[in-house]
Design a protein around this ligand. Structure first.
Ligand code: TRP
Length: 328
């Protein structure tokens, strides 16, 4: 690869990906693979930090996620797709970084405090969960990237990654560049019920959903709740569906929908039909690419094996430099 800039990002294999994942992060990844040397990995160790007691779904989730990625347009020839736990260097770097990362940084991490408070059905008192950001810093700094495409929710982790890099460079000499977060310009992607689209709210449209199921879901989807009949003028700016037109419909179509909604000539049922048509156009090529992998499961293993090897080659180089700097 002779691309000048390098980038890396990962996702935890927690379940099927939905439109929020696509428009929030994945779309960005797909674009980056053409312009940058890009490493994308399944963060299976990170999944264990909170789900260590029930790892039964991890294997399936990993494979499904790779299928979602390739469906979305990641091309294993254009970027490196790998599995974190197959590149053991990540564990070594995480251990080394933990030597000089103050426990107080980890304890005051806002994500850590928030999840400790909010998640009550799992134990999060384990050391692995506290050290989540150190492992994440290792994942990132390993590839010495200039930037990391992530969602906004990851900003505290990115800040800590930069602090860890700075501390490494201060203690042992310049080696690890401080990477910046590369946010996707805010794509509004509400769930079916108007809350944030999330697997735990059961309000998502998944990339692998069949159109028949999507039709059912969209039928019950909230629109402008103040609009009771077609003859009432609606307001696209408070409608839960309109943000999807912004993502999936042409500017001309959006203007027409806005006019029809506010002028009470286009009803929500017909508006949903337009959405379904455009969503189908969008999802069809994704699902076609995905079905190639469904029909050939060995290809998923091949993609990962190839990516693991390429990631290891790069990680090996970084680790040689890190060990040298740290006197090992
Ligand atoms: N914390 C990320 C998430 O929950 C996953 C992740 C782990 C990650 N390591 C990373 C993302 C490194 C970017 C870079 O989605």
């Amino acid at each position: 690869m002779s691309k000048e800039l390098r980038t890396v990002s990962g996702m935890r294999p927690t379940g099927p990906l939905h439109l929020g994942h696509y428009f929030g992060v994945l779309k960005n990844w797909v674009e980056l693979q053409y312009t940058e040397e890009a490493y994308f990995f399944v963060a299976d160790w990170h999944a264990l930090t909170s789900d260590y007691a029930d790892p039964s779904k991890i294997r399936t989730n990993i494979r499904e996620m790779v299928k979602d990625w390739v469906g979305a347009g990641l091309d294993p020839e254009k970027c490196v797709i790998f599995r974190q736990s197959e590149v053991k260097e990540h564990a070594e770097l995480s251990l080394l970084l933990s030597m000089f990362t103050p426990v107080s940084w980890l304890e005051r991490n806002p994500t850590y405090k928030e999840q400790q408070q909010q998640i009550s059905n799992k134990d999060l008192g384990n050391a692995g969960f506290l050290c989540y950001p150190v492992l994440m810093a290792a994942d990132i700094l390993m590839y010495r990237p200039h930037g990391v495409p992530v969602g906004e929710d990851q900003l505290p982790h990115m800040e800590m990654t930069r602090e860890i890099a700075r501390r490494f460079n201060y203690l042992y000499g310049e080696l690890l560049p401080e990477p910046k977060a590369m946010l996707t310009p805010a794509a509004k992607c509400p769930g079916l019920d108007g809350r944030k689209m999330s697997k735990s709210y059961n309000n998502g449209i998944f990339l692998s959903d069949r159109m028949a199921d999507i039709q059912e879901k969209v039928r019950g989807m909230f629109t402008d709740q103040a609009r009771l009949r077609k003859s009432d003028p609606g307001n696209p700016d408070v409608c839960n569906l309109f943000p999807y037109h912004v993502l999936l419909s042409s500017p001309e179509e959006q203007a027409e929908i806005r006019k029809g909604c506010t002028g009470a000539t286009l009803g929500c049922v017909d508006c949903k039909k337009i959405f379904l048509k455009n969503l189908e156009t969008f999802l069809t090529p994704l699902q076609e690419r995905r079905s190639v992998l469904d029909a050939n499961p060995a290809r998923v293993d091949e993609i990962l094996a190839h990516g693991n090897e390429r990631a290891r080659a790069f990680a090996g180089q970084t680790m040689a430099l890190v060990r040298e700097k740290m006197g090992l």
